[in-house]
Design a protein around this ligand. Structure first.
Ligand SMILES: NC(=O)c1ccc[n+]([C@@H]2O[C@H](COP(=O)([O-])OP(=O)(O)OC[C@H]3O[C@@H](n4cnc5c(N)ncnc54)[C@H](O)[C@@H]3O)[C@@H](O)[C@H]2O)c1
Length: 359
C-alpha cells in the first residue's frame, strides 16, 4: 500500500504559490493516502526511492491572494481563481497560508483575477526554519521571474532544496547552479514536464515516425488553456515557453526540421482544461508525403500531480546522498528545460540508474 515505507521522518515540503498545481498535489496526497496499492491508478510510481506518498508532508505554504492568505491550506487550494477539479473534501491541514512578497507575481492580465492581500508579509526564512521545511517547491506563475529568484535565494539562506516547476531559468542557469553547489544544496528544474504532456507526446510521435524511416519536414504543436497560468502566459511568457518547447521537440529528431511548439491563447470557459493541437508533415517511401493532425484534451493541474510527487521523493534521495547544485538525472526526467537537454530514452535511463544507485 502507498503508505509510509520507511521509518524515517517525512519529506517536509514548503509550497510557494497555492494555485492549481498546488491544489492537485495537496488533493492527490490525501486521495492516494487512503488507497490500497492496486487502487492507486494514475501514478507513475507508487513507491520511489523507498518513499511512499504518505512520506510527503506539506509543512508551509506562501501565496499573495487575499482568498488564500491566512486560510488553512485545505481551504485555500479551492479558493478562486483556482479552477483545478475537486477530487475530494480535504482534512484540515493546520498549515496556514502565509503572505510572501508580491514582486512580479501578478501581471497586467492576471491582476484582473488575482486579488492581492493587504495583510503583512511573513518572514519567509523564519517560516521555513520553524516549519523545518527541507524542500521549497516553486509553483509561482510562469511570468514571476523575480519572485521565483527571490524564493531560490530564500532556499539558499534556509538550507532547503529548491524545485523550480516554472519556466524561469534557475536550475538550467550555471550561476544559480554554482550557488547551490557552493551551499551544498540540491536544485532541480526548470519547467515541469506533464504526465500526459503535449511536448512528450509530440517528441514520441516524431521519434516513432523518424525511427520508421519517415523524414519529417515540418511540424507544430500549439495549445489553448483556461487556467490563470494560461492568462499569465498570454501576457508574459509566450515567447519563453515557445523557446523551451521548440528546443525540446527539436531534440527528438536526429536531423533539422521546421519545428514550432508553444502556447497560443487563453480561453476562459475551458476552465482548467487544455486543448493541444499537433500537425506533422513528412515524406516516406518513394518520397510519398504523409500528414498528421491530432488533438489532445487534458486538465492542467492533475497533469502535474504525479510528476511533482516523483520529483519531491527524488529530491529527498538527492538530499540524503548530499548531492549539491543541479541534479541532472532528476532535471532531465521531470523538466522541459533541464541543464542538459537529452532524448526521452536517455533521460529515463539516467533517472532509473540514479534511483537504483546504492545510498
Ligand atoms: N501541468 C501544469 O499545470 C504545469 C506544467 C508545467 C509547469 N507548470 C508551472 O507551474 C507553475 C504553477 O502553475 P499553476 O497552474 O498552479 O499556476 P496558478 O496561476 O494557478 O498558481 C500560481 C499561484 O501563485 C500565486 N502567486 C503569485 N505571485 C505570488 C508571489 N509573489 N508569492 C506567492 N504566491 C504568488 C498566485 O496567487 C497563485 O495562487 C507555473 O509556472 C506553470 O508554468 C505547470
Amino acid at each position: 500500500m502507498p503508505v509510509r515505507c520507511r521509518s524515517l521522518p517525512k519529506i517536509r515540503v514548503a509550497l510557494v504559490g497555492v494555485g492549481n498545481c498546488a491544489s492537485a498535489l495537496v488533493q492527490g496526497l490525501q486521495y492516494y493516502s487512503d488507497r490500497k496499492e492496486k487502487e492507486c491508478i494514475g501514478l507513475r510510481n507508487i513507491v520511489l526511492g523507498g518513499f511512499g506518498l504518505n512520506d510527503i508532508e506539506v509543512v508551509a505554504a506562501f501565496d499573495i491572494d487575499e482568498r488564500k492568505v491566512g486560510k488553512d491550506l485545505s481551504e485555500a487550494v479551492f479558493a478562486q481563481p483556482n479552477n483545478a477539479p475537486k477530487l475530494l473534501d480535504l482534512a484540515i491541514s493546520n498549515v496556514i497560508v502565509n503572505k510572501g512578497p508580491v514582486l512580479d507575481g501578478v501581471g497586467e492580465y492576471t491582476k484582473q483575477v488575482v486579488h492581492v492581500s493587504i495583510g503583512s508579509e511573513a518572514n519567509v526564512p523564519m517560516v521555513l526554519k520553524e516549519s523545518d521545511a527541507e524542500i521549497v517547491l516553486n509553483l509561482l506563475p510562469s511570468g514571476a521571474v523575480k519572485a521565483s529568484q527571490w524564493y531560490a535565494e530564500q532556499s539558499l539562506v534556509s538550507g532547503c532544496a529548491f524545485v523550480n516547476a516554472t519556466p524561469s531559468f534557475i536550475a538550467s542557469d550555471a550561476a544559480w547552479a554554482n550557488r547551490f553547489e557552493r551551499a551544498e544544496i540540491p536544485l532541480v528544474g526548470d519547467d515541469l514536464i506533464d504526465q500526459v504532456g503535449a511536448t512528450t507526446l509530440h517528441k514520441t510521435l516524431l521519434n516513432l515516425l523518424s525511427m520508421n524511416g519517415v523524414h519529417i519536414t515540418e511540424t507544430y504543436q500549439l495549445d489553448v488553456g483556461g487556467g490563470t497560468e494560461s492568462l499569465d502566459t498570454l501576457e508574459r511568457t509566450k515567447e519563453v515557453k515557445r523557446i523551451v518547447k521548440t528546443k525540446s521537440v527539436e531534440a527528438a529528431l536526429p536531423y533539422p526540421a521546421s519545428v514550432v511548439a508553444g502556447s497560443t491563447d487563453y480561453v476562459d470557459f475551458l476552465q482548467n482544461r487544455r486543448d493541444s493541437y499537433f500537425w506533422i508533415r513528412g515524406v516516406y517511401f518513394g518520397n510519398v508525403p504523409m500528414q498528421m493532425d491530432l488533438k489532445l484534451s487534458t486538465v492542467d493541474a492533475p497533469n502535474a500531480g504525479s510528476v511533482l510527487m516523483d520529483v519531491i521523493r527524488a529530491v529527498k534521495v538527492a538530499r540524503e546522498r548530499r548531492l549539491k547544485g543541479s541534479v541532472v538525472p532528476i532535471c532531465a526526467y521531470a523538466f522541459k528545460h533541464p541543464p542538459q537537454i537529452m532524448s526521452l530514452e536517455t533521460a529515463e535511463k539516467l533517472f532509473s540508474e540514479f534511483m537504483a544507485e546504492e545510498k
